[in-house]
Design a protein around this ligand. Structure first.
Ligand code: ADP
Length: 454
């Protein structure tokens, strides 16, 4: 019994010891868990927070950002890798920036050394670059021009005024004059052809284009213009000198035709007719060349008055009657005598009608009909000359009004100036000229002039 009681006591003691041991171990575990609970989040979360902040800085392009963690921990290794990455990025950025700066100054030097004036504007029309030549012809200086708004500069500078006007016109979809502009700088006149380029880019990640600025190039064409003037003067003088002898040949021919001076035999008459034809052709060519020189030198003088279309048509028909008779071509007029007046220079409009009729006769077949129609349309009167001749192939339709252009293979004699002069004469009067033609079936040239108000 005693032995059993002793054993039971020992067992109870051991059990108590075990309970105390377990209690101590439990409390220790609880304390450790508590410490971990308090410290672990800050030990892990803080470096992660710091890392996130630094990554954000890198994302924003601040490559000087560095992280300083305890080197021995896992985060320490991460920080070392992060810092080395940031260092490499910084190095890369600096080398790229240097390269970009290099490229920028290279482009600036290139633009500055160009012989033609160049001006660059951004999308807000602020001047972003202007080269030496542009500064020279504008009379401004770089410091007061760079980064200034071109619209403000236009108030005090004629060159910028003209360029801004052109830019605004282009933006509104209007056409600008392609003629060279005269600019007076450094006590001499210069001629410049302007070219306005609109620069658009598609930004990364976007699909539509965005305008980022304009580049204006003024090509110096003074040398060519001077040569052109010399050529125009030369042609004007020669044509003028030719007119007098040709007119006297015509007068002598008229005298020869007079039977009081002496009778001509058939052979002589035939020769005289061909001399007359040649003289008329020469007179036409010199007339066209003189007209062209007037247009080129800007000396065209218009005398715009009320003119009767019917009378103009009659005049042109009478002038080309004999040419039409030679090919048995009938000239048919379809015009109401009460059509009303047009505002036109009668002499120049009659010249155009004669030219259109003479072309229609030249490019028509024998025994055909040419119709001259006048129609009233709103505030315009349209006069058209329609033939049923060879017509014009579609690829030449937009070229025939260009100076000196003749359709390749055109066997008929001519200078290629008639239609170009006609276009300039009609447009100078505020009218329009156009052609509709079907190759093989004939052409229809139409001029449209403004109606007289009263
Ligand atoms: P040209 O002196 O050569 O006739 P134009 O300027 O009057 O010069 O005409 C230019 C070209 O247009 C001509 O060479 C001709 O080929 C073409 N052309 C003009 N009128 C007609 C027409 N009625 N029919 C066909 N072709 C024409």
């Amino acid at each position: 019994m005693l032995a059993i009681q002793n054993k039971s006591k020992i067992a109870t003691k051991s059990a108590d010891k075990a309970v105390v041991g377990i209690l101590i171990a439990g409390i220790l575990c609880f304390i450790i868990a508590l410490i971990l609970l308090i410290n672990l989040p800050s030990n892990i979360a803080n470096p992660i927070k710091r890392l996130t902040k630094s990554i954000k800085q890198i994302e924003e392009g601040n490559y000087t950002e560095r992280i300083d963690f305890d080197n021995k921990s896992e985060f320490g290794q991460l920080a070392t890798s992060f810092n080395s990455m940031a260092e490499k990025l910084e190095e890369y950025k600096n080398s790229n920036l240097a390269k970009l700066m290099n490229e920028k100054s290279r482009i600036e030097a290139l633009i500055n050394n160009m012989h033609d004036p160049v001006i660059g504007l951004d999308e807000n029309l602020d001047v972003i670059f202007i080269n030496r030549e542009a500064v020279k012809i504008s009379g401004l200086d770089i410091e007061t021009t760079l980064n200034q708004n071109a619209e403000e500069l236009a108030f005090k500078n004629d060159l910028f005024k003209m360029l801004i006007n052109d830019l605004l016109k282009i933006e509104k979809g209007m056409e600008i004059k392609s003629k060279p502009v005269k600019i007076f700088s450094e006590n001499k006149e210069g001629y410049f052809e302007k070219e306005i380029l609109h620069i658009s880019i598609t930004p990364k990640g976007e699909s539509s284009k965005r305008l980022i600025g304009h580049v204006i190039i003024l090509r110096n064409v003074t040398e060519y213009k001077e040569l052109d003037f010399a050529k125009t003067n030369f042609i004007a003088n020669i044509s003028h000198e030719f007119k007098t002898p040709i007119s006297s040949i015509k007068m002598s021919l008229q005298l020869l035709e007079n039977e009081h001076i002496g009778k001509l035999n058939d052979e002589q008459k035939h020769l005289m007719d061909s001399i007359k034809d040649d003289a008329n052709r020469l007179l036409k060519i010199t007339g066209e060349l003189l007209n062209m020189t007037q247009l080129e030198s800007g000396n065209i003088q218009l005398n715009i008055l009320n003119a009767n279309p019917y009378e103009l048509i009659q005049y042109a028909v009478n002038a080309t009657k004999s040419q039409a008779e030679q090919k048995q071509i009938k000239l048919q007029i379809d015009c109401n005598t009460e059509i009303g007046n047009v505002q036109a220079d009668s002499e120049k409009t009659a010249w155009v009608l004669i030219n259109l009729l003479s072309n229609a006769i030249r490019y028509s077949y024998e025994d055909s009909i040419i119709t001259i129609t006048a129609k009233s349309l709103n505030d315009k009167i349209e006069i058209s000359v329609k033939d049923s001749g060879q017509g014009i192939a579609p690829q030449y339709l937009d070229k025939i009004f260009a100076r000196y252009f003749r359709i390749p293979g055109s066997k008929k004699e001519g200078t290629g100036l008639g239609l170009a002069i006609s276009k300039e004469f009609i447009e100078a009067q505020g009218g329009k000229i156009n052609v509709v033609s079907e190759y093989g079936s004939g052409s229809n040239f139409t001029i449209s002039l403004n109606k007289s108000i009263s």
